[in-house]
Design a protein around this ligand. Structure first.
Ligand code: NAD
Length: 492
């Protein structure tokens, strides 16, 4: 069966999803365009403070009426399993909505993103009755223990590059831990998250436990961060916005934040990396996937001088083998950039990098071929010094720089970034070198012989330094949405 579809036939949800239903509220209209052809989809409105107030009120009543935080955790799990089942049932619809509205390709959204989103909900449903405290060592006739309690209402703010999956990494653990959620979609990709909220309501999640709002960051997003009844904010986005979120959270009652931010991740290839064809494919995919709109994108290739020419030639070959096209065509293998604005941002940064001394090995221009949409050519640059803006700034597009090294110590030193510390990888058959890199590199995630997350749910993802703190997924991912209470009992 073909996954390709006609985007004009897909039903697009409208409004905010508050209290278990779609709600239209007045507010500034925000146009939403399909990145593949710049055609308008249904606009949304900026919810602002009023929508946040309404969502917080709905969350409070839902928590009180359903007893969500205090119910038997197995009963919470049952509801979340139904929610996961509903997402699977509607995977084709959700996958189409995701593909038409974002840079995600339909070849992956139905069987990948949608099913994986259901998997995330299922994974955290299984955690409902597995959150445990400890009994601490105390003197006789006393008992001291810790327990993990939900915050009440959690705020979540997400970007546009993997809309459903990134959202599920936040709402699923928050709900499983007994919280309600007030979430803001990205203004560029709102619709699939509204459809997910509808799935939750259809599955019987009490209305008000998962509220999905539309709006700008500086209005609706800031209102979520500042709201006194929202106990924690989990944010994924750029380091610049993360800084603003953390500042506002500190000014709004010392509110805890989880920050999943930008990156400038290196991949190191040693002189004995194994099958060079397989390595070239991995290296090329690691900067071209989703047209480079991946936080962990391998934007810096650091390769042993002895194999550099051979590897770079093979990577350049692969940049010619892509098929750019609409996200709703199953045959498309290379995605558009999300918006004209983001396209301009990438191009300006690339041109500035070149002005500052970089050499263009391929790309650095609009992709020839598709004449609509924002397709940026896969771009490989050499001679990008550490002082170059192309080294310091995140492209968030299909751009990679190449640097060579002679000794592994040089490669490790080159891998360290003054600002970011999200992820790193090393491709090698030498276990000693692999371990040396894994032990030394300053990054929250390290991969050996791959670059990028597996669809595995247990792997806790998160960055160091300017790439943020806190974790998404894994046990740590649900613990973020709980706070520890220490209880002391004298039973004299
Ligand atoms: P962004 O920072 O521009 O926006 C992210 C979200 O924050 C959006 O919903 C936006 O509306 C909102 N926002 C903007 N200003 C705000 C404010 N003042 N207060 C509250 N919310 C505000 O990021 P983006 O362009 O949507 O996404 C790309 C960035 O996200 C890249 O830097 C990428 O590396 C990062 N990212 C990180 C991860 C990770 O796990 N570390 C994952 C995906 C994306």
């Amino acid at each position: 069966m073909s996954l390709s579809f006609n985007p004009d036939t897909v039903t697009i949800p409208s409004g905010h999803h508050i209290g278990g239903r779609f709600v239209e509220l007045p507010g500034e209209k925000i146009a939403v365009l399909r990145p593949s052809d710049e055609q308008p989809m249904r606009p949304v409105t900026d919810g602002g403070k009023d929508a946040v107030e309404m969502a917080v009120a709905a969350a409070k009543s839902a928590l009180a009426a359903s007893g969500w935080a205090r119910m038997n955790p197995r009963d919470r799990a049952k509801v979340l399993f139904r929610f996961a089942g509903k997402i699977e049932e509607k995977a084709e619809y959700l996958g189409r909505l995701e593909a038409m509205g974002s840079s995600r390709l339909v070849a992956g959204t139905v069987t990948g993103d949608a099913i994986r989103t259901a998997g995330v909900v299922r994974y955290f449903a299984e955690y409902c009755d597995k959150l445990e405290g400890i009994v601490t060592a105390t003197k006789a006739e006393t008992l001291s223990y810790t327990r993990r309690e939900p915050y009440g209402i959690c705020g979540a703010i997400v970007p546009w590059n993997f809309p459903m999956i990134t959202a599920a990494w936040k709402f699923a653990p928050a709900l499983a831990a007994g919280n309600a959620v007030v979430m803001k979609t990205s203004e560029l990709t709102p619709h699939s998250l509204l459809a997910l909220a509808e799935c939750a309501a259809e599955a019987g999640l009490p209305g008000g436990l998962l509220n999905v709002l539309n709006g700008w960051g500086h209005t609706t997003g800031a209102a979520i961060v500042a709201h006194p009844d929202i106990g924690i904010v989990s944010f994924t986005g750029s380091t610049k916005t993360g800084t603003a979120v953390m500042t506002l959270a500190a000014q709004s009652g010392i509110k805890p934040v989880v920050l999943e931010l930008g990156g400038k991740s290196p991949q190191i290839v040693t002189r004995n990396p194994g099958d060079m064809d397989a390595v070239a494919t991995r290296v090329a995919n690691a900067f071209m996937v989703n047209a480079g709109q991946v936080c962990t994108l391998a934007s810096r290739l650091i390769v042993d001088r002895l194999v550099a020419d051979e590897l770079v030639d093979r990577v350049l070959e692969r940049t010619k083998q892509i098929k750019a096209g609409p996200t709703w065509d199953e045959a498309t293998t290379f995605a558009p950039v999300i918006s004209a604005r983001q396209f301009e941002r990438i191009d300006q940064l690339v041109q500035e990098t070149v002005k500052q001394g970089a050499e263009v090995l391929t790309g650095a221009a609009r992709l020839e071929g598709p004449n609509q949409g924002n397709f940026y050519a896969p771009t490989v640059l050499a001679n990008v010094s550490r002082a170059n803006i192309g080294f310091t700034e995140e492209y968030f597009g299909p751009v990679m720089s190449v640097t060579t090294y002679d000794e592994i110590e040089e490669a490790i030193a080159e891998a360290q970034h003054p600002i970011y510390g999200l992820a790193a990888s090393v491709h090698t058959q030498d276990l000693k070198l692999a371990m040396k890199v894994a032990d030394s590199v300053e990054a929250g995630m390290v991969w050996v012989n791959q670059h990028g997350r597996d669809p595995e749910f247990t792997y806790a993802a998160g960055g160091w330094k300017g790439s943020g703190f806190g974790k998404d997924m894994g046990r740590a991912g649900i613990e973020e949405f709980t706070r520890q209470k220490a209880v002391w009992i004298n039973y004299l």
